[in-house]
Each structure stands twice: as structure tokens, then as C-alpha cells.
Design a protein around this ligand. Structure first.
Ligand SMILES: Cc1ncc(COP(=O)(O)O)c(C=O)c1O
Length: 474
């Protein structure tokens, strides 16, 4: 597109945007099972109105916009109450990744201040910890030390974490739950270990913090995962996931202002205004803040309880559907409304494409350590009422995959991959991409072959290949 010359009327702009949107996934139908958390049309409309009303206000300037300071304090206080953070402080961020980035920065700079002998700080991450921690380490010069997970529960392996602690360790990480499998790590034991060894402990409750807290208050039997656990020093919790707020809103909570101090950034080094930032972003739209404030008010605890009842019942139905198909297996014992399942005797990535052809969009996850290749499902309010349709689509898809040629012989593909990897050269990436059916600059129409090939490659090659591809599509 060339830079537009003349102004266009509003209705033309909206019509053109609608045309562009026509090719998007119809997420309002409840069959997109990742990345969407839809509270339904009525609440969505309220949230959108609040969001739009504050879209132009800038949270960088709490002096100009005391409304946003108040809104942010309110949202953080509500999260701290849910997560039993008496005395906890925090801020709203653009999402889980930013909250995690701040937790890692706080840990790194806390270590710099209190343990000056450290030269190369490390954080310990169970293999199920979200990639946002790896990104934070990458950005902040911290070394991620990955520990295996327990092979049947898919929870963090405590002895492995204990064994990975070195004099450079600054923080242990646990998830409530991890996104991939929806299981909660043994947080009381991990936090106790951190405390005993004088380390920080971050709980990633990005996806679960709100739903699990509401479940706890409803009387569900759940392990403790929040600030009530001695040793937990920071928690990330996303409003824009199971808080059903509009994107982008998460909260990062620190157990004390002393720890938060190390996440903050202020600079009066330039000729410009003094920059005073509690988060990574400097200019911050008030939209996400007002949207989150509106979401928690529009839904309220009783509304969240209703959502919990319905999404948990729906999840049970979807899990039963998976278990009713011979050869499919739910991984671990998911505690919330998200789970992953693997297949014994068919290519799970072909099943993903077959489900997509029926309008059901799941999330493929490559094999990693003890976790086989699988499909992830996040159930949200919009999924409720569609369990029978999911069951039918799943059974038809399994039958189709079993009957069809699919991506062909995986062993033969593996042999080709191995041969390519054995003779690395300047063309290797292009040839692996071609083998996978990944065309630079183009969005694929099916993903089975791509994921099958990616699943055969070493992690570093997958990452490098994806960087090349990403570099081609924008
Ligand atoms: C457990 C967990 N942590 C962190 C993140 C990253 O959140 P975001 O995509 O909002 O940056 C996610 C996203 O799915 C998540 O599930």
C-alpha cells in the first residue's frame, strides 16, 4: 500500500477494514480454542465502550490523567486481593510477556543490588514455563536454566530444580497453571526451596490467576499457588485472558515495594522530560486499563463464578470426547479449563488440520522432553454450548486422518531432514523450509506438514527457521 494521499470518509475506511477482516477466523462462533477469551456480546460491548472512551488518554502522565492512576491502582488492588497479596504492589502491563519481563528485570537488578558477587545471573525454568521467560532472559542478559518436567503429571520436577541451583541462581519459576498442559506446578514446595536457598520465586499465573482464584473462593480443591504461599515473591496475572478483558492488559505483582523498586526505570539524562516508567512501555493507552476495569466490574465475582461453572463443565465434556476416541490421550490431570491431548497411532498435526477444515482451531505443540507432540485446547465462555459439535468434529476428523494419506511417511521425512542437517550449508534453511512446505512471505493454508517437519528438527534449527520465515512475512 502506498502512503494515502487524500483523506477517506469514515464509512469508506470502515468498509475497507471490514473487507480485510472478512478473511479472519470467525472467533465469535466459539470454535477458536486458543488466544481468545470471549465473555459474550453484552459484556464485550461494555468493555469496548470503556476501552474506546480512554483510548487517547496516556498513562505515562498520571499527573494529567489521575483517572488512569486510579484505574490502574484499582485493577492491581483487585488482583492482589484475589491472589492474597497483603501488602503486594504492582502495575498493569501490555500482557503476560511484559509482566514476566518486569519480574525478571526486578530479579536481576535485585540480585545486582544485594549480591554484587554475581557475574552471570540464572533463573530456573521448568520446561513448561512460558517462552516469555526465555524472551526476558534474551533481552536482559540472564541465563535460562531449563529443568525437565515430571513425565506423567507434566508438572515441574522439584528435585531437578533443586539440583539446577548454582551460586548464580537468582529466581525459581513456577506456573499456575502452565499454558501448554493446564497443570499447576508444586508451588508450595518450589517456593519453600527458593526461600531456603535465599532466592526469589515467581509464579506465572498469567493464564490462571483469575480463574483459579475464583475457583478457590468457590471451594474447588486446588493446591495453593498465590502469595499465601511463603516464599512467593512475584506473580503475573493477565486480565486479558481469563479475566475476559480486552487486550492488552496484564498485572505484575511484587510482594513488596522493595522488590518493585528494581523493576522501575527513571531517567533525567536528556534534554527532554524526565522519563518515569513503572513498566516497559512508556506511552500507554488508557484503553486497556479502562477496558480491564470495566471487565471486572461488568462480570463481578458472581459472573466469574458462573463462567467457572460453565467452562469447567464444558472442559469436562471436551476431555470426555477426547478420551472416548481410542488412541487419543489427555496429558496429565488438567486443573483448569485448558488441556492438551496426544495421539498414539496417528499424526496429531494431521488431526489439527482436519479439525481446522471443520472450523475448529486448536493449537499444535511440538514434542519437548517428556511431552509428546499434542494439541492444546483453551476453553472460554464462548466455547460453552459447543461441546457436542466438537465431539462430532473430533470423531469425523480422526476417521478422516486414519483413512487418508496425510503428509505421508514420517520416517522418510525424518531421513530427508537428517540428511539435510548432516550437510549444513547456506541453502540449508531454504531447503528445510521447502521440505516443510513453508513459502517465504506467504501464510500457509495447512500446517500438518510444517509441524511434522518442525517436530523432527532440533530446537535451535526450528527457532532459526522461524526467524527467517517471520522476517519474510511483514
Ligand atoms: C502461562 C502464560 N504465561 C505467559 C504468557 C504470555 O502472555 P502474553 O501473550 O499476554 O504476552 C502466556 C500466554 O499465553 C501464558 O499462558
Amino acid at each position: 500500500m502506498a502512503f494515502p494521499t487524500h483523506p477517506l470518509p469514515a464509512d469508506t475506511i470502515m468498509a475497507r477494514l471490514a473487507e480485510l477482516r472478512a478473511h479472519d477466523v470467525p472467533w465469535r462462533e466459539g470454535r477458536l480454542l486458543a488466544g481468545i477469551y470471549d465473555p459474550g456480546a453484552e459484556t464485550r460491548t461494555t468493555i469496548q465502550a470503556a476501552y474506546s472512551a480512554f483510548l487517547s488518554e496516556n498513562a505515562l502522565y498520571p499527573n494529567f490523567f489521575p483517572s488512569l492512576l486510579r484505574i490502574e491502582r484499582d485493577v492491581v488492588a483487585a488482583m492482589a486481593e484475589l491472589l492474597r497479596g497483603d501488602g503486594a504492589v504492582g502495575n498493569c502491563t501490555s500482557g503476560g510477556t511484559e509482566s514476566i519481563l518486569l519480574a525478571v528485570k526486578a530479579a536481576r537488578d535485585h540480585a545486582r543490588a544485594t549480591r554484587p558477587e554475581l557475574t552471570a545471573p540464572e533463573i530456573i525454568l521448568p520446561q513448561t514455563a512460558h517462552a516469555a521467560f526465555h524472551k526476558a532472559c534474551h533481552y536482559l542478559g540472564v541465563r535460562p536454566v531449563v529443568t525437565p518436567i515430571e513425565p506423567t503429571s507434566f508438572r515441574a520436577d522439584l528435585p531437578a530444580m533443586a539440583a539446577a541451583i548454582t551460586p548464580q541462581t537468582i529466581m525459581l519459576v513456577a506456573s499456575a497453571p502452565c499454558y501448554s498442559h493446564g497443570v499447576i506446578d508444586p508451588i508450595p514446595a518450589i517456593a519453600a526451596l527458593a526461600r531456603e536457598r535465599g532466592l526469589l520465586c515467581h509464579v506465572d499465573a498469567c493464564v490462571g490467576g483469575i480463574q483459579l482464584s475464583v475457583m478457590r473462593r468457590m471451594g474447588y480443591s486446588l493446591p495453593d499457588f498465590d502469595f499465601s504461599v511463603p516464599g512467593v515473591t512475584s506473580i503475573s496475572v493477565d486480565l486479558h485472558k481469563y479475566g475476559y478483558a480486552a487486550k492488552n492488559c496484564s498485572a505484575i505483582l511484587y510482594h513488596t515495594p522493595d522488590l518493585r523498586r528494581h523493576a522501575l526505570f527513571c531517567s533525567s539524562a536528556t534534554t527532554g522530560y524526565a522519563v518515569i516508567n513503572p513498566t516497559v512501555l512508556s506511552t500507554r493507552s488508557g484503553g486497556p486499563l479502562a477496558g480491564a476495569w470495566a471487565a471486572i466490574h461488568a462480570i463481578g465475582e458472581t459472573g466469574y463464578q458462573q463462567i467457572v461453572r460453565e467452562t469447567m463443565a464444558c472442559t469436562a465434556e471436551l476431555i470426555a470426547a477426547v478420551r472416548s476416541v481410542e488412541g487419543l490421550r489427555v496429558l496429565g490431570a488438567p486443573e483448569m479449563c485448558m488441556f492438551a491431548f496426544a495421539a498414539e497411532d496417528l499424526n496429531i498435526f494431521e488431526l489439527d488440520d482436519a479439525m481446522a477444515r471443520r472450523g475448529w482451531l486448536l493449537q499444535p505443540q511440538l514434542s519437548k522432553g517428556a511431552s509428546p507432540a499434542n494439541l492444546h485446547v483453551s476453553v472460554h465462555q464462548g466455547t460453552v454450548g459447543h461441546a457436542d459439535a466438537f465431539t462430532t468434529a473430533l470423531r469425523e476428523s480422526v476417521a478422516e486422518v486414519r483413512a487418508g494419506p496425510g503428509v505421508g511417511d514420517v520416517a522418510a521425512l525424518q531421513a530427508e531432514v537428517l540428511e539435510l542437517m548432516a550437510r549444513p550449508g547456506p541453502e540449508t534453511f531454504a531447503r528445510v523450509a521447502a521440505l516443510a512446505g513453508l513459502t517465504p512471505g506467504q501464510m500457509p493454508t495447512g500446517f500438518a506438514r510444517i509441524n511434522t517437519v518442525l517436530n523432527l528438527l532440533p530446537e535451535a534449527v526450528v527457532d532459526a527457521l522461524l526467524v527467517e520465515y517471520l522476517n519474510s512475512i511483514y
